[in-house]
Ligand binder design. Structure first.
Ligand SMILES: N=C(N)NCCC[C@H](NC(=O)CCC(=O)O)C(=O)O
Length: 446
């Protein structure tokens, strides 16, 4: 039986824009009100997906969500025709309106936490959509995320879907962005690392003071329980509150792992030596590589501005690993210098490949934010909706679809245009046919 890690990247939605919605996310805040280019954003994402597929990787696509979120605007009391709802919301509550327009579901590292069958009690792949409670615009995602995941991984013989955790900050959950799995081979049982920023029910514990900790310890434990994980193969790690206060709003901004490699910044975690000891003990005797990047080589500030750790570490069919980095890493002297030495350290990482995902980076989303990892075997892959898997035909079809429906310029003013809502729904309706997802969107159900 063959084993793979399949990356499911989020397709950028037609309303991709910069609204400064994420307090604690430096890029989001500093690009507030910049003019976006949804067409370019979607194409940058598709180019990355195609490049990985061309490297021999299994690559999937997750559909974007319906925005503006008309159901939410109506739930919040804006009434009338669709055009009237948009107009009233934009005028009376501009920040609420902008939140309901965000294309943030593109960052599928926050779509869900996924545990492969090798780790779960029943041998199925388990999915729990993230509730994303800390940011209103992101809290709009989990229901439809669940629909899209079920349409992509429909076969209940292989896949188990849970409801997202309670919509409350006590169970704040940001999905795979705070979850890493270490293993020797993808099909063998691994050690799952759950990283949290604070304790919800114990205020005596350390917590950041400037920016929010989005993920709680209690949420991590709930997901591990739901997925039927063995506690002897789970490590709960507290993120260093000082780095959250410097803009590390998710663990995947300061640490990333793949198979037997954990790549992390010196300041990423609290009590690092104890954390590493626990990982080693639970991982067992097979070789394990900890690559710690010292502050003297790369500052936390450079890590945040270049997204050195929001890289994808992938195992190529040839057997060695490559690191997929945003082009910002190449443009920063300290980080590009570090990456040159990284491939000579004797670890499995032998290659660095740079990608331009600037449209996403300006909102604080690097290559790793754009993908959800699902480790699976060939039977599970065969049970996955084949129309979501990247190949030459799907790449060409999705590029055509983007060309037909997406704008190349979007400002705050444009978001209230009722025509944009019609364009977006027309595009998504067609997409559900291309990807054979069924009626996953509220506008298709009402
Ligand atoms: N690190 C990972 N895995 N994901 C990155 C998510 C970026 C996203 N940005 C935003 O939602 C900005 C939207 C705006 O400001 O318009 C967020 O902060 O949740």
């Amino acid at each position: 039986m063959q084993q793979f890690e399949v990356n499911f990247d989020g397709l950028v939605g037609p309303t991709h824009n910069y609204a400064g919605l994420s307090v604690g996310n430096v890029a989001s805040q500093s690009n507030a009100n910049a003019v976006s280019n949804p067409k370019e954003a979607a194409k940058q994402g598709l180019a990355k997906m195609k490049a990985l597929a061309d490297m021999g990787m299994q690559q999937g696509v997750l559909a974007p969500q319906e925005r503006p979120d008309m159901a939410m605007l109506r739930r919040l009391g804006f009434s009338g025709t669709d055009a009237e709802v948009l107009e009233k919301a934009a005028k009376q509550a501009p920040q609420v309106f902008l939140a309901c327009c965000s294309a943030s579901s593109m960052w599928t590292a926050n779509a869900a936490t996924v545990s492969p069958g090798a780790d779960t009690a029943d041998g199925k792949i388990h999915f729990t959509p993230a509730n994303l409670t800390n940011k209103f615009h992101r809290s709009l995602e989990p229901e439809v995320t669940g629909n899209i995941l079920k349409a992509t991984f429909a076969d209940t013989a292989h896949f188990a879907h849970h409801k997202h955790l309670p919509d409350n900050e006590h169970f704040g959950d940001e999905g795979a962005a705070n979850h890493t799995r270490l293993c020797s081979q993808y099909g063998e049982s691994g050690v799952e690392l759950f990283v949290y920023g604070r304790y919800a029910f114990d205020s005596s514990k350390p917590a950041p003071t400037r920016y929010p900790a989005r993920q709680t310890m209690e949420a991590c434990q709930a997901v591990a329980r739901l997925h039927g994980l063995d506690e002897q193969r789970v490590v709960y790690i507290q993120q260093n509150p000082d780095v959250i206060d410097q803009g590390v709003f998710h663990n995947d901004v300061i640490s990333v792992g793949n198979q037997n490699v954990l790549f992390y910044h010196q300041q990423a975690f609290l009590n690092t030596p104890a954390v590493l000891d626990e990982i080693k003990a639970k991982f067992g005797d097979n070789p394990l590589h900890f690559i710690e990047v010292p502050t003297s080589a790369v500052s936390v500030q450079d890590a945040v501005s270049t997204y050195l750790f929001n890289t994808q570490i992938i195992t190529l069919p040839e057997g060695h690993m490559a690191i997929i980095a945003p082009s910002e890493c190449e443009e920063n002297a300290a980080v590009s210098e570090y990456l040159k030495t990284l491939t000579t350290l004797g670890s499995p990482i032998k290659e660095v490949k740079f990608f331009d995902v600037k449209q996403s980076m300006r909102n604080g989303g690097g290559p790793a934010c754009l993908r959800l990892r699902v480790a699976m075997n060939d039977q599970q892959l065969a049970a996955t909706n084949p129309n979501t898997l990247m190949n030459n035909a799907l790449f060409a079809r999705l590029n055509q679809w983007v060309d037909k429906h997406y704008r190349d310029r979007l400002s705050e003013q444009d978001l209230r245009d009722p025509q944009l809502l019609i364009e977006s729904r027309t595009a998504l309706d067609e997409l559900t046919q291309i990807m054979q997802l069924g009626s996953v969107y509220p506008f298709q159900q009402g």
